[in-house]
Structure formats: structure tokens, C-alpha cells
Design a protein around this ligand. Structure first.
Ligand SMILES: [Mg+2]
Length: 360
């Protein structure tokens, strides 16, 4: 059985393979075939990306460089060159735009493409993905993987399946059985902590998640719980939003010690506010909607939002509203994470869902 037609689009998730490391290996033949870590120095740095040769030693991104060195003493550290990665990123985006205007970048090396209607009139999303990966290879000498399915979530999960240099299509009729068997740890958006909590609650696969009502999931996981409820049923409303600009700009902090009480919360808010406002100023980004997010020590996430009459970047206005969001209802639980974000930068263009017969 396929999901309801209004939930079916043709979505491709493209993900470059070991992006930074591959760019460095491409540009420096001496690095090819060798374990390479792009990132800071051995003493105090962090690995930003690891080549596939390095991954064989258990080295991965976000790992301390010192640990990477212990695991593989012959590892070669390379300083990141973000200007170069950005240039390659522009190159691959230009390729995407030849197929569709509905391109939503996730980072320099990842993007969602909605190819339900594509500019080249190609019949299947599978074929488009193949062609795009080939084009990327020809133009950049870099490899990409792809996931193809009916929504962003499934495409994202799929792109990991035949990585590197591969692709995977999850057909509409395969979506629901696939999700039922999918281990919770593989759900995009379910982090390590949440996955642990789910396993503790007996939720190991999609089919276990499905036995939970929306209300119970909300109770347990807050707003994300409702998202999980829809996702596991292959009902994702989130569209591919062609945002060359970002959709929200935020800052958040996870505390090593829980924060309790209004005074401490206010102090924590003011600290995160300072970081956040600096980011907004640097980006020169005014927005209408302010969102306060917090997580309690039971890993329940809450969010409170307020929308201004018109876009603002004014420090005082944003601070007063952030403070209002914090204080409008007493927070009694110990808090482990606090975050602020600004969104609603401009009006969203609506993408109409159409009921089509789709070939994947
Ligand atoms: Mg990647």
C-alpha cells in the first residue's frame, strides 16, 4: 500500500562522499589512497572530515584529532580550505538548478531536490539522480551518493544506504514497509539521546514507534514526537524549500549542569542571546518570528514562539520578546538546553501538491 497521493513527491537527496577530504585528495595527488583528516592540528584540533581510508581506522568527523592520531599514526592532517569547498558547492548547485529550481541545501555538500516536475523532462527520479551524479563526477572529479523517494526524510535516509558512490530508490509502495523495519537509530532527526530513550521505552523499529499515539509521543518527546508520528507513516508535510538564503538563524547551548530557577534561566538566556544577536548582526538578518527552545532533564523539548508586526533586528526588541517567551509561563523543570532562533525572513512561496501518476 502506498501513502496517500498528497504525500508523494519525487525527492532526491544528494550527498557528496567524504566531501572536504575528497576535495583535498583531488587537489593533492600525494593524499590519494591515504588516510586523510581535514581539520585542526593533532594536539587540540577536531576532525572535520575523514577520507574513506581513514574511516577504516574508525576515524570520523567531530572526533578529537589526538584520538584520530592514536587510532592511525600515519594519518595526514590537512587544514580545511572553506573557500575552496564553497566554490565546489556552487558548482554542484549549478548542476542541480539545471534540473529543478526546487533545491534546498542542507550544507555545503548536501541538498534536497524536488524533481516532481523537472526541467529536462526526464521520466524518472532515479534516472535524474544518476545523471546528476555523473555530471558532478565529470565537472568536479568528485563522487556523490543519492537517495530517491517520496519525501525528504526517506530520500535522506536512502542516500546513506549505498554510500559511497551509489544511490538507492525507495518506491512509493516500499515506503511504509521500509519505515516499519527501519531501526530507530537510522531515523534522521532522532539523535543518540532520543534513540536511547526510545529503546528504553521499547521502541526499536518504525513498527514499534507506530504503536504510539500522537498524544503519547507528544507527551514523551514534545513537538518532535508529533513529527515522528507523521514521519513513520510516510506523511511529511515539509516541502523542498528553495532557499538560497537560510530559513532561520539560531544559537543554542547544552549545559553540563541543569539550570533551575528563574534567575539562573534569565542569566543563561542573556548569555545565549548575546551570541545569537551577534550572529544575526553578522548576517544582517532581520526576521519576524522569535522562537525560544528548551529541553528539560527528561529530554523533553519545548518551544515557544512569538511573531512581531514586522521584521526586526533591533537588540532591545528581540531581547524583550525573548525574555517574555522565557517568563510567560513558569519553567519548573531543570533545564539542560536553551536556544533562540529567528525565522520568517520573508513570505514563503507555496508549492502546490499535485496528484500525479509518478514514475520513480
Ligand atoms: Mg557528505
Amino acid at each position: 500500500m502506498s501513502p496517500e497521493p498528497e504525500y508523494i513527491r519525487k525527492i532526491i537527496h544528494i550527498d557528496m562522499d567524504a566531501f572536504y577530504a575528497s576535495v583535498e585528495q583531488r587537489d593533492n595527488p600525494e593524499l590519494r589512497g591515504k588516510p586523510v583528516a581535514v581539520g585542526g592540528s593533532r594536539e587540540r584540533g577536531v576532525v572535520a572530515a575523514a577520507s574513506y581510508e581513514a574511516r577504516k581506522f574508525g576515524i570520523h568527523s567531530a572526533m578529537a584529532s589526538s584520538l584520530a592520531f592514536r587510532r592511525c599514526p600515519e594519518i595526514i592532517f590537512v587544514k580545511p580550505n572553506f573557500a575552496k569547498y564553497k566554490a565546489v558547492s556552487r558548482q554542484i548547485r549549478a548542476i542541480f538548478f539545471e534540473y529543478t529550481d526546487l533545491v534546498e541545501p542542507l550544507s555545503l555538500d548536501e541538498a534536497y531536490l524536488d524533481v516532481t516536475e523537472n526541467k529536462k523532462g526526464l521520466l524518472t527520479a532515479t534516472k535524474i539522480a544518476k545523471e546528476i551524479r555523473q555530471r558532478i563526477w565529470e565537472e568536479t572529479e568528485l563522487r556523490a551518493s543519492a537517495g530517491i523517494s517520496i519525501n525528504k526524510f526517506l530520500a535522506k535516509v536512502a542516500s546513506d544506504i549505498n554510500k559511497p558512490n551509489g544511490q538507492k530508490t525507495i518506491l512509493p509502495e516500499e515506503a511504509i514497509p521500509f519505515l516499519e523495519e527501519l531501526p530507530i537509530g537510522k531515523f534522521y532527526g532522532i539523535g543518540k539521546k532520543t534513540a536511547e530513550r526510545m529503546k528504553f521505552l521499547g521502541i526499536h523499529r518504525g513498527k514499534d514507534l507506530k504503536t504510539w499515539t500522537k498524544e503519547l509521543l507528544h507527551q514523551e518527546f514534545g513537538k518532535s514526537g508529533e513529527h515522528f508520528y507523521e514521519i513513520v507513516r510516510a506523511r511529511q508535510k515539509s516541502k523542498v524549500t528553495p532557499s538560497r538564503a537560510r530559513k532561520s538563524l539560531g544559537a543554542e547551548t547544552t549545559y553540563s549542569k541543569d539550570i533551575v530557577g528563574e534567575e539562573h534561566l534569565k542569566k543563561a538566556l542573556s548569555e545565549i542571546f548575546t551570541i545569537w544577536h551577534k550572529r544575526l548582526e553578522l548576517a544582517n538578518q532581520a526576521g519576524k518570528t522569535i522562537t525560544l527552545k528548551f529541553k528539560d532533564n527528561q529530554f523533553r523539548t519545548y518551544s515557544r514562539s512569538i511573531s512581531l508586526e514586522k521584521k526586526s533586528l533591533d537588540r532591545e526588541i528581540l531581547w524583550q520578546n525573548a525574555l517574555h517567551l522565557l517568563l510567560k509561563e513558569e519553567i519548573t523543570e531543570p533545564i539542560r538546553l536553551l536556544g533562540l532562533s529567528l525565522s520568517n525572513f520573508n513570505e514563503d512561496k507555496e508549492i502546490k501538491y499535485q496528484q500525479l501518476t509518478l514514475n520513480f
